[in-house]
Design a binder for this molecule. Structure first.
Ligand SMILES: NC(=O)c1ccc[n+]([C@@H]2O[C@H](COP(=O)([O-])OP(=O)(O)OC[C@H]3O[C@@H](n4cnc5c(N)ncnc54)[C@H](O)[C@@H]3O)[C@@H](O)[C@H]2O)c1
Length: 379
């Protein structure tokens, strides 16, 4: 029975607690939050009987805790992971893993030095449609990817950025490019199996006056094999539209699900390749539905990794890649030029200070609140 704690009793913590409650071989033994009352309220809400701690240090010093779900604001992911690792706790950290590559490298180094497991949440990878899409791409039926388009178009009201850690480069690290689209950026890296070689990005803040960070970005990606990509990240788009579209040599596959394939007529105009569409659709439909999806998949995997040594689905080294891509996008947007990857440790953008120094502060943030009244969140 793995003894688990939740660090940070805010909006996402309920998803972790509910998921752990579905997993037989773990037990929630502590919830911690700097706001002890908030932690106690979560304990009561979920009918837990466990310890409540009011600081990271007290949780780290709790000898009865083996593994911690870090559900803190992004600026605290690295310091918390490093402190918990030093105390011998296994760490599962919420997305984004951290705001900068420097912090991520420190987290991985701390985990390696302490011999603990470091996992990172990217729950949308573990959904049936993504796994099926990956299966079709990896089958090779459609040929090499020529062009990829990813849309991560969300909407958040102006007051969303009133929360004190949001809306500043220093504490949120960035806007939707880092914090919302990280799900789709991770999906892009996972599905393509590699990072682009060069990026160009344009960013703006169009609708969030109490925030110094971007609320929209459009980026162009170029891969080493000349494949190209378009990535759009936004919190100003009404509705919530997410798109993955892979245009390959012989056919195309998208989510929301669609497969197309064209053959050439003698004059170069297209005719449908119904046979290929049927074959690729059969591969997609033939892949089994996951028995469970999202957070619970990763939390169960982490518990099994701690208890039985199972390999982590997403460890801190693999989770570095999407943040590297996002780092290049910020560098491009604020330098006004194309940026080549990888980002080296000597690069000014390797640490957050470089981004903070160079990023455009779109507005001055003047209002900070500690928390919102309870309301549902969408993942
Ligand atoms: N995977 C997803 O889909 C998803 C969705 C929402 C949020 N998140 C991520 O989860 C993390 C937390 O987001 P949230 O929306 O729950 O934020 P939140 O502000 O609602 O909760 C954060 C909690 O951390 C606590 N806290 C702050 N400083 C602390 C400290 N020093 N010690 C202990 N507790 C402290 C706060 O009191 C608060 O209760 C972020 O990284 C966010 O990006 C992930």
């Amino acid at each position: 029975m793995v003894k688990v704690a939740i660090l940070g009793a805010g909006a996402i913590s309920g998803i972790h607690i509910a998921a752990y409650k579905q997993i037989d071989n773990c037990e929630i033994v502590a919830v911690a939050d700097v706001d002890g009352e908030k932690a106690a309220a979560r304990v009561k809400e979920f009918g837990l009987s466990c310890r409540v701690h009011a600081s990271i240090g007290k949780l780290a010093a709790d000898p009865g805790v083996e593994m911690v779900s870090v559900c803190l604001p992004p600026l605290l992911h690295a310091p918390a992971a490093v402190e918990l690792a030093a105390a011998g706790k296994h760490v599962l950290v919420e997305k984004p893993m951290a705001m900068s590559l420097r912090e991520i490298d420190e987290m991985n180094a701390a985990a390696d030095a302490a011999g603990i497991l470091l996992g990172v949440i990217s729950q949308n990878r573990y959904k049936t449609d993504i796994q099926r899409l990956k299966g079709v791409l990896d089958s090779g039926l459609l040929g090499r990817v020529l062009s990829v388009r990813v849309d991560s178009l969300w909407w958040r009201g102006a007051c969303y950025y009133d929360l004190k850690w949001r809306g500043r480069w220093e504490s949120e690290g960035g806007g939707p490019t880092l914090n919302h689209a990280i799900h789709q950026v991770d999906g892009l890296v996972y599905l393509m199996g590699r990072l682009p070689a060069r990026v160009v990005s344009v960013m703006a803040n169009l609708a969030h006056a109490n925030s110094e960070i971007e609320d929209i970005s459009h980026s162009i990606l170029t891969y080493e094999d000349n494949a190209v990509g378009l990535l759009s990240c936004s919190v100003v788009h009404h509705g919530e539209n997410k798109l993955y579209e892979f245009q390959c040599e012989k056919g195309a596959i998208s989510l929301p699900f669609r497969i197309d394939a064209s053959l050439s007529l003698p004059n170069g105009f297209p005719k449908d390749n119904a046979e290929l569409v049927e074959k690729a659709t059969a591969v997609y439909d033939g892949l089994p539905a996951l028995p469970e999806e999202g957070h619970v998949v990763q939390l169960r995997n982490m518990v099994d990794a701690v208890e039985k040594g199972e390999p982590l689905l997403l460890n801190g080294k693999a989770a570095r890649q999407p943040v590297e891509l996002v780092t290049a996008l910020y560098k491009s947007a604020f330098s006004g030029s194309a940026v080549d990857l990888p980002i080296s440790v000597d690069d000014a953008e390797y640490g957050l200070a470089g981004r903070v120094a160079r990023a455009r502060k779109y507005h001055e943030k003047t209002l900070d609140i500690d928390s919102f009244p309870p309301a549902p969140i969408t993942l």
